[in-house]
Design a protein around this ligand. Structure first.
Ligand SMILES: CC(C)(COP(=O)(O)OP(=O)(O)OC[C@H]1O[C@@H](n2cnc3c(N)ncnc32)[C@H](O)[C@@H]1OP(=O)(O)O)[C@@H](O)C(=O)NCCC(=O)NCCS
Length: 374
């Protein structure tokens, strides 16, 4: 690790955690010791959630029971559905999600109970309800009725079903499952750190998650995937990519979906998402967005030595699946709620207030000047 840099807390170790390990040099990512590449190939998102919370993979009976529990908790309270109807339609779905989650906290059936068991119940409700919430927010924005969750679909397939009102193809359900697995956790990223800071004051889980949603929303974090798609649409065709990127770099603009604070090589999630992007594009017979992405990647890597991150190829993947781009960051949240809650539970289990110091760079002692003399 290089010398820590207080600007942006770069390389500062701000705590211990048993949940997630990133090797930024080798481009490796482990959840509880399991390589994310293995999990993406073999695991359901539900299995990964169990793994993040309990530190081990579930056996068949444990997984079945957990899946049933999640399915029994998917429906939203009527008050939340009413609230969604009152959110102005132009509101970004991430802002709507933040507001709805905060409201969910006021309806929490365990309100007075801050035990670890009650917090695990809260976490389970949140993971179960996030897909329903995001789908309902989007349907209402489009002037449509929310679609009730089904109990016979995986979390990934059910999310697409509630969004579209029809069951997804096995390919789309599978791709969504892998995308959720890949976004589930990522150590002390900005939103997870925000959640842990709030939890460390012994505030409630909903406050921690609301803060995390606010942090994820920003374009330097989860908001980048939506910006990537806007970039691809602006470029429009692969032959225009080189000139577009060179002009943007000359104007010192950031190319969204590239660079990472921790990875100094390719993000392993980007490698998998590049494959998925090509796969859904080939199945749809529409390679345009994949090809523009590849053309952009080639120029950015050659010009700046920057690699794509998790947000780059997820954009073209979701676009070909017909998902509107304002939903790309909320989809990130549908997955990352698993990691956020795992970290909040870990924080509560061994808590100390998080309160760093700042190096003071302001003026030293000044003399008071009365108002009339200023
Ligand atoms: C992720 C990110 C915020 C990390 O930032 P960081 O660790 O603070 O890195 P810095 O901002 O210090 O950047 C280091 C250098 O790389 C350049 N750089 C980093 N990401 C860049 C990008 N996406 N496009 C163009 N240049 C970039 C910076 O301009 C800087 O160059 P300089 O030293 O010549 O000024 C940054 O790479 C970024 O803004 N990426 C685009 C947004 C994005 O995709 N976010 C999702 C992250 S998963």
């Amino acid at each position: 690790m290089t010398q820590p840099n207080p600007a942006g807390l770069e390389d500062v170790v701000a705590g211990t955690s048993e949940i997630c390990f990133i090797d930024g040099k080798e481009g490796r990512l482990l959840y509880r010791g399991y390589d994310v590449r293995d999990l993406a190939e073999h695991a359901s998102f539900e299995e990964v959630v169990y793994l993040l919370w309990h530190g081990r993979l579930p056996n068949r009976a444990e997984l079945d029971a957990f899946v049933q529990q999640l399915r029994s908790l998917q429906a939203l309270p009527g008050q939340v559905l009413d609230l969604i109807q009152h959110i102005p339609p132009a509101t970004h779905p991430m802002a709507a999600l933040r507001t709805a989650v905060s409201y969910l906290g006021t309806l929490d059936p365990d309100q007075e109970d801050q035990s670890q068991e009650a917090n695990l119940r809260r976490a389970t409700r949140l993971v179960a309800q996030f897909p329903t919430l995001v789908a309902a927010i989007q349907r209402v924005r489009q002037g449509k009725e929310p679609v009730a969750p089904r109990r016979d679909l995986s979390l990934a397939a059910n999310f697409l079903y509630m969004l579209r009102g029809e069951e997804p193809s096995p390919l789309h359900a599978d791709v969504m499952n892998v995308a959720l697995v890949l976004h589930a956790d990522h150590e002390l990223n900005a939103s997870t750190f925000a959640a842990r800071v709030v939890a460390a004051t012994l505030s409630d889980m909903y406050s921690a998650i609301t803060a995390a949603i606010g942090a994820l929303k920003g374009p330097l974090h989860g908001g980048a995937n939506e910006q990537v798609m806007r970039t691809l649409l602006e470029i429009g065709s692969p032959d225009k990519a080189e000139a577009w990127v060179k002009e943007a770099l000359a104007a010192k603009r950031r190319i969204m979906g590239f660079g990472h604070r921790v990875y100094k090589t390719e993000d392993p999630r980007a490698t998998i998402l590049r494959r998925l992007s090509r796969k859904v594009a080939e199945a749809a017979g529409d390679l345009r967005w994949f090809e523009i992405s590849q053309a952009v990647e080639k120029v950015v890597t050659a010009e700046k030595g920057l690699y794509p991150n998790v947000d780059f190829y997820s954009a073209s993947t979701y676009y070909v699946m017909g998902i509107p781009f304002e939903l790309y960051t909320p989809i990130f949240a549908v997955s990352r709620i698993s990691g956020w809650t795992a970290h909040v539970l870990e924080q509560y289990a061994n808590n100390r207030l998080i309160r760093p110091r700042a190096e003071y760079t302001g003026p030293t002692r000044r003399e008071w000047v009365p108002l009339e003399q200023r």
